[in-house]
Design a protein around this ligand. Structure first.
Ligand code: SF4
Length: 369
């Protein structure tokens, strides 16, 4: 089968990521961010420059998201976020937060700005143990206090959970925790070797597959939460049976511009921001203070060079060699780089853990039930 999706990079993204500050008030063991202890804040001029391209994109789209992602975006404070959000029109604002600073005042602000909330929490206290404040004390009680504030104010939230030890026996408890937590959606990320996190992620393949199979069973028993990865795998399996699986991948790669606090734009993988390599430079495609964002994206998409061209070569290698391409669409650039030291390789721990074993786990569950 020759998969027809993911050919080249789209000139218009479906969302942008904004880094209002590099600072995070936590110090999680698996964090990939290099400058999380430093409060470098995005100036208003950067937000204005981004909005000049985003507002026309949003006017043409059914939906366009601006995702505020740090550091910890709430560390920037409400007044600063107010300033940075003001230039945007017609967009949906999202915030990805560790929830530890959320209180009644923050909840009033989130509701007033209709911000969609994603909370990073890894499950029950023992599993969230790697989310710690500086000095190493657990952040769990602060996270739960923030989530309680969201619930008190009736603010819907999605949860994002990092699983550091995927294995059988874990998924059912994990899913029960999130049902109780009251999130409307859940994303599961198996820990990735990225950025300054160099921990081994070569987990046992059978254990990872059993984790996903068990999670499928837990979700099927009570599918109240949108469970991103499982629903996506089931959709793919259904399409494969119907012979329509080649239609599922986006036609082109979403450029996902991530705008750093200083205006630098990193495409495709926000995890590359803040890093540099003798061969690839700082991975940025330009700075919105020097050149309009729409031009930066369009020129990288139309005439890719450097690491982006190498990434597209890797994507084609995946298309040519991997039976999972129609489901996966090729690994993120950052996973390739941080695991292989370059962008044109194919299989990574990330794709084995989060794509191949995910799909096999869901199929294993389907075969047995
Ligand atoms: S599963 Fe891995 S090797 Fe296969 S398409 Fe995805 S990234 Fe490429």
């Amino acid at each position: 089968m020759t998969w027809s999706g993911m050919r080249g990079i789209a000139v218009v993204p479906s969302y942008v990521i904004m880094q209002p500050t590099t600072l995070c008030n936590l110090d999680c063991a698996y964090c990939y961010l290099p400058f999380r202890a430093v409060d470098r804040r995005m100036p208003l001029a950067v937000a204005e420059a981004v909005a000049a391209s985003v507002n026309p994109w949003a006017a043409q789209a059914r939906r366009f998201s601006v995702v505020w992602h740090g550091g910890e975006p709430t560390s920037a404070g409400r007044a600063h976020l107010d300033q940075l959000m003001a230039p945007f029109t017609g967009v949906e604002h999202h915030i990805q937060t560790n929830a530890t600073l959320l209180d009644d005042a923050w909840c009033g602000w989130l509701a007033g700005h209709r911000v969609k909330v994603g909370v990073s929490v890894d499950g029950p206290e023992a599993l969230t143990g790697q989310r710690v404040i500086r000095g190493g004390r657990p952040a769990y009680s602060r996270i739960m206090r923030g989530i309680a504030a969201l619930r008190r104010h009736g603010i819907p939230f999605a949860a994002l959970c990092v699983v550091s030890d995927p294995r059988p026996g874990l998924a059912a408890d994990l899913y029960a925790f999130f049902l109780e937590l009251g999130c409307y959606a859940l994303g599961i990320n198996v820990e990735e070797r990225e950025g300054v996190n160099r921990r081994d992620t070569g987990f046992d393949g059978d254990a990872v597959q059993a984790f996903w199979a068990e999670l499928t069973g837990a979700w099927r028993a009570d599918p109240r939460i949108e469970l991103r990865e499982i629903e996506w795998a089931l959709r793919y399996a259904g399409a494969a049976l119907a012979g329509t699986d080649d239609e599922l991948l986006p036609r082109q790669v979403d450029p996902i511009p991530a705008i750093g606090e200083d205006g630098r734009v990193v495409l495709l993988s926000p995890e590359l921001a803040g890093f540099a390599d003798p061969r690839y430079g700082d991975f940025s495609s330009g700075n919105v203070l020097d050149r309009p964002l729409d031009e930066i994206v369009a020129s990288a998409a139309r005439a890719p060079t450097g690491w982006i061209a190498e990434y597209l070569t890797g994507l084609e290698a995946c298309r040519a060699s991997c039976p999972y391409f129609g489901f996966c669409g090729g690994a993120h650039a950052a996973n390739r780089y941080f695991e292989h030291g370059r962008f044109d390789g194919t299989q990574t721990d990330h794709c084995r853990n989060s794509k191949i074993r995910l799909l096999e786990g869901v199929l294993e569950y389907a075969r047995e039930h």
